[in-house]
Each structure stands twice: as C-alpha cells, then as structure tokens.
Design a protein around this ligand. Sequence first.
Ligand SMILES: [Mn+2]
Length: 336
Amino acid sequence: MIDFKKLERALVEPASLALTCHVNPDADAIGSETALRRALVAIGKEVRIVNFNETPDNLRFLDPDDAVERYDPERHDDYLKNVDLLVCVDCNQLNRLAKMEPVARARSKPIICVDHHQDPEYQAFADVFVQDDYAAVGHIVYDLIVGADWTPMDRALAEPLYAAIMTDTGSFRYERTTPTVHRVAAALLEAGVDPERVNEEIHNRSALARVKLLGETIASLELRGDGGLATARISRETLAKCGASETDTGGFVNVPLTVNGVAISLLFMELREGFKVNLRSKGAIPIHELAREYGGGGHRNAAGIRIFDRRMEELREEIIRRGIDYLEKGNPDEKS
Ligand SMILES: [Mn+2]
C-alpha cells in the first residue's frame, strides 16, 4: 500500500525536483508527469521533466506548457546528477530509463519511484511508492493531489490524469477498471475534461505511416499453440517501407488478442540494436514471468522484453515456444 503522507513529504521537502519516466512513454507516463509537475509548481516547487524520448505526437496535448524536455547529455547530465530529488514515474527499474540510466545511477542524492508495476528495483531507490492494483499511475497521482490538497482539480490538471487512466485501462475495458476507477473518471469529467476530445487526440491522430505499418503487422500474424498464441513481427525493412518509426507501434500488440481463441500475443520488433518483444496475455496467464526470463518485466497481462545484443531471428522461435508453454500456465478456475 502506498503511504501517501510519506509520498507527499518526499515531494514537498526538496526545493528542486526532476521527473522522468520509462522509454517510449505512453499517456500514463506523460500525463502523470505533467499533472504532477503542475501540482508541484502550484506549491512553489521548481520542477523539470526530462524524458529519454520525445513525446509522441498524439500525446503532445498532455503537455500544453511544453514542459517535457528530451534528454540531451550535455544539457541534462549535470542537472540530473545534482537536482535534489529525481522521481521515476511509471518506471520501476532504472534500465527503463535507457541511456539516462548511468546518470541516474551516478547520483548521490535520492531517487524515488512512483509506479504501479510489479517488482521495483528496490536497491536503486531511496523510497518506493508502488501499488500494483492501481490501473494507472495517473490514478496514484490523482489520489496524491486530492489528498494533499495542493491545488484545485481544474481541467488542466484533470485532462492528463484522465488520459492516463483511460489509456492504461484500455478505455475502461481491462481488468483493473474498478468502480473506484469510474468514480475517479467521473470526478475528472466534473473537473471539465472533454472525453471526446481526449479520445480524438489519442486515438484518431495516426499518421498514414502508422496505419500502413499496422496493416503490415497484421499481415505477418501467425497463430501457434493450437490457436492460443498469436505472433506478429516488424522488421527494419517493413518499418522503412512504411516510413514509420518504433513509436508508431503503440497498441499494435493488442490487435491479435481480438482473434477468437487467442490468449497470448507476442509482437516482435527489430531495432537498430537488437530487438524488442511486446507481450500480452488474457486472464491468469502470467506473461511478465516469460518477459522476466529474458531480462524484461511488466504486469501479469502486459509486459516487455528488450534485447540489445542478439538478433531477433536468433531468439524469436525460442520465445514463441516458451510462450506456448505459458498457455497452460493460466489457471482457468482462478478469478481473472
Ligand atoms: Mn502505467
């Protein structure tokens, strides 16, 4: 359970704070950062957001102040080393900071983790504020801001939090869409959020390249394990052919789960160095355990692997076979 009073103190004590999040940030990461920054600025804190990646185009509206800075070693290393507190948002392992990891590890001042992923890297943080039954970090930030009473929940604060919760619950469809989540969403709508606009910004701003890449990804789909496992792949050539980039693939891994009988989806994607795998499962299948076997991690139903020193085709078949082993690992009697 998160000790919110303790988290509040941890954020109020330092004069200067830097917020950061995981690589390839999603709406939960960006929305949680910008809302938290806004609330802390309202109580007089000096807060900067430094992310490894640029904010994806469809999430720019979550940062109307242009507060998110893209990591540049020359510009940020001294700052990140010396800022009073570094807050990792929606990020529980320092390796999820990509090339910002060394500078985070070089800090002598504290780093804290505010997240809802399992298995935080405890030794890397001065304090860990993690509760994995939260559907989104945006919901944690909401509870924090409302509990601390730093500033009223106005539309500017509510919109990024709503986007965070909406996306991490798959538009209020996934398992952790509890009555409480809907109550929080209702409060955010009461604060002025326009749900149609948020949906339009996030889901209907695709570049043509992204939609073409989705077509290629679906065309590569294969069913394995008697139809229980779906796997698709994106090569570097496909990416180039569509004029798309890695950030265009957000959400692709969920599409194969719409095929009848599919309980596991594995999306392989070739990177400049190595490759990555997005993993999804339904019900009680603990797909993060498969991710962990390859140095990745995540939640029970959503996880990721990133491998820098091997080629995709060297390991793809092996990971698929391990995935098929996991099809039986879910317990159908267990409530999912
Ligand atoms: Mn999240």
